[in-house]
Design a protein around this ligand. Structure first.
Ligand code: S3P
Length: 435
C-alpha cells in the first residue's frame, strides 16, 4: 500500500501543562488576567471548571486586533490570595492528573473543605505522592474509598512551610507543594531528584511571584499581597507536536513546519531522540515568548531512523512522548531501548503495558520490561490489528499516527479520548496527509 506523506505548516494548540498553570496562578491576582492561546484540551476545561466552582470568573472573549483581525482569548477574574470560595459540590477533575494535583496544593491553603474526584483512570492514579506532603504542611486529608487514591477530601487552612526532598522528578508534585507554600507560614523548599519541566518557576518569574532557585531546589515564602493581573500568550504544545514529528520523520518525502512550539528543555526529549536517530530536524526562529523558549520546528522525512536508548534522568523530559517515540523505534534500524521509565505505568493508563501489547499484536518485535521495553526495528509493520487505548488520549493519537505508517489499517478502539489533550488532532493530521 502506498503510504501518505505529511506536507505543510501547522500551529498545534496551546501547551496543556502551561495552560493549567496560567489559569491556576491567575487566582493569586486581584483583577482580570487575559490569556491568549489557552489549550482547548478537555483537561484544561476541567481546571477552569474547578476554579469556577472555587469562585473565579472565567469567560471566553473576542476582540479585534490593530489590523481588524478577530482574536479570541480567555479572561480570569480573581480577588487575590486566599480569597477562594468553598465549592458547593465535588471538584470533578475528569481525566486530568495535573488538575487534581495542582488544585490539591491550591486548596490546601484555603480555610474550607473540598472533595476531589475524577474518572476511572484518575481513581487509579497515585495521589499520596502529593497529599503526603500537603498533610505534613498541615492540611487534613481523608481518603474516601481507598488509601492513597481519589476520591478524597482536603480540609485546608493553617499551613507551615517545610523542606521536602522528592523521590520522583515530578513537576506536578513540586508545583502542588509550591502552591501550598505560597499560602504557608515560613519557608517552603522543594528539592527534585533530577530536572523536570520548569514552567512553574518561569511563570512565577513572568508574573512576579518571588522565589529562590538554588541549583534547581526552589524555595519560597507566603505571598501576602495579591499579584497584578497579567497578559499571557501560551506557546504551542510540544507534546502534541511530537505526534506530527514522529509521523513526518518516518514518512520519506514528508516536510512539515510546526510553528510557535514551546521548547522548554524539560520537554524536548522528543527532539533530542529523533535527532539521535538521524531525523532531519531544524529549529527555526528560536525566541523567548512570555519567558518560555519557543521555535518553529522544521522536520523532513528521509532515510530509515537508527536505534537508540532512552534512560536515566532524560526520561522526565519526554515522559508523555515515549509512547509515540516507540512508534519511531518500531521502524528503526537496530534496537530501540527504553529503561528507567516505570513512571509510565502511573499515567492515564499503564502506558508501558499498553504500547507493548498494541505494537506486538501489530507485528512489532517488542519485549516489555519492568521499567521500559526493547524493540528490534523493522522496515515494515503489518498492522491490521486491534489498537487498544483504554481511553488514554495519547494512545489514541499513537493509533492514528500508526495508521499512516503500518501496511494495513488498524481497528482503533476509540479516538474520542483525543479531546483530553487535542480535540482536532484527527482532522489536523488528515489535512496534512497527501498521497
Ligand atoms: C505535568 C507533568 C508530568 C506530565 C503531565 C503534566 C505537569 O507529570 O506527565 O502530563 O503539567 O506538571 P509528572 O510531573 O507527575 O511527571
Amino acid at each position: 500500500m502506498q503510504k501518505s506523506k505529511l506536507i505543510g505548516n501547522i500551529e498545534v494548540p496551546g501547551d496543556k501543562s502551561i495552560s493549567h498553570r496560567v489559569l491556576i496562578f491567575a487566582s493569586f491576582c486581584k483583577g482580570i488576567t487575559k490569556i491568549e492561546g489557552l489549550s482547548p484540551a478537555q483537561d484544561c476545561a476541567s481546571t477552569a471548571n474547578c476554579l469556577s466552582s472555587l469562585g473565579l470568573k472565567i469567560n471566553d472573549k473576542e476582540s479585534n486586533d490593530a489590523k481588524g483581525k478577530q482574536q479570541s482569548y480567555i479572561t480570569v477574574e480573581a480577588s487575590g490570595i486566599k480569597q477562594l470560595h468553598a465549592p458547593k459540590a465535588n471538584l470533578f477533575v475528569g481525566n486530568s492528573g495535573t488538575t487534581i494535583r495542582l488544585l490539591a496544593g491550591l486548596t490546601a491553603g484555603q480555610p474550607f473543605t473540598c472533595q476531589f474526584d475524577g474518572d476511572e483512570s484518575i481513581r487509579q492514579r497515585p495521589m499520596a505522592r502529593v497529599l503526603q506532603y500537603l498533610e505534613k504542611m498541615g492540611a487534613h486529608i481523608d481518603y474516601i474509598d481507598k488509601e492513597g487514591l481519589a476520591p478524597f477530601t482536603i480540609r485546608g487552612g493553617n499551613l507551615e512551610g517545610q523542606e521536602f526532598k522528592l523521590k520522583v522528578a515530578s513537576a506536578q508534585v513540586q508545583t502542588a507543594i509550591l502552591l501550598a507554600g505560597l499560602q504557608a507560614k515560613g519557608k517552603t523548599t522543594v528539592h527534585l531528584p533530577s530536572i523536570a519541566r520548569d514552567h512553574t518557576t518561569r511563570l512565577f518569574k513572568h508574573i512576579g511571584i518571588p522565589f529562590q532557585n538554588n541549583d534547581g531546589s526552589i524555595s519560597l515564602e507566603a505571598l501576602n499581597d495579591p499579584i497584578r493581573p497579567f497578559q499571557y500568550k501560551v506557546p504551542g504544545d510540544i507534546s502534541s507536536a511530537a505526534f506530527f514529528m514522529v509521523a513526518t520523520a518516518c514518512l520519506p518525502g514528508s516536510k512539515l513546519v510546526l510553528t510557535n512550539v514551546g521548547i522548554n528543555s524539560g520537554r524536548t526529549l522528543v527532539i533530542d531522540v529523533l535527532k539521535r536517530m538521524g531525523a532531519n530536524i531544524t529549529l527555526l526562529n528560536t525566541r523567548i515568548m512570555a519567558n518560555e523558549p519557543i521555535a518553529d520546528i522544521e522536520i523532513i522525512g528521509g532515510d530509515q531512523l537508527v536505534g537508540t536508548e532512552i534512560s536515566g534522568n532524560e526520561i522526565a523530559s519526554g515522559i508523555d512522548e515515549i509512547p509515540i517515540l516507540a512508534l519511531a523505534g518500531a521502524f528503526c534500524k537496530g534496537n530501540f531501548v527504553v529503561r528507567d521509565a516505570s513512571e509510565l505505568r502511573h499515567k492515564e493508563s499503564d502506558r508501558l503495558q499498553l504500547i507493548t501489547s498494541n505494537l506486538k499484536i501489530a507485528g512489532v518485535d517488542i519485549t516489555e520490561s519492568e521499567d521500559g521495553f526493547t524493540i528490534v526495528g523493522k522496515k515494515n509493520i503489518p498492522g491490521g490489528s486491534l489498537w487498544q487505548t483504554h481511553l488514554d488520549h495519547r494512545l489514541a493519537m499513537c493509533g492514528l499516527v500508526a495508521n499512516l505508517l503500518f501496511d494495513n489499517p488498524l481497528s482503533i478502539e476509540e479516538t474520542a479520548s483525543t479531546v483530553i489533550s487535542y480535540p482536532d488532532f484527527a482532522r489536523d493530521l488528515k489535512s496534512l496527509a497527501k498521497n
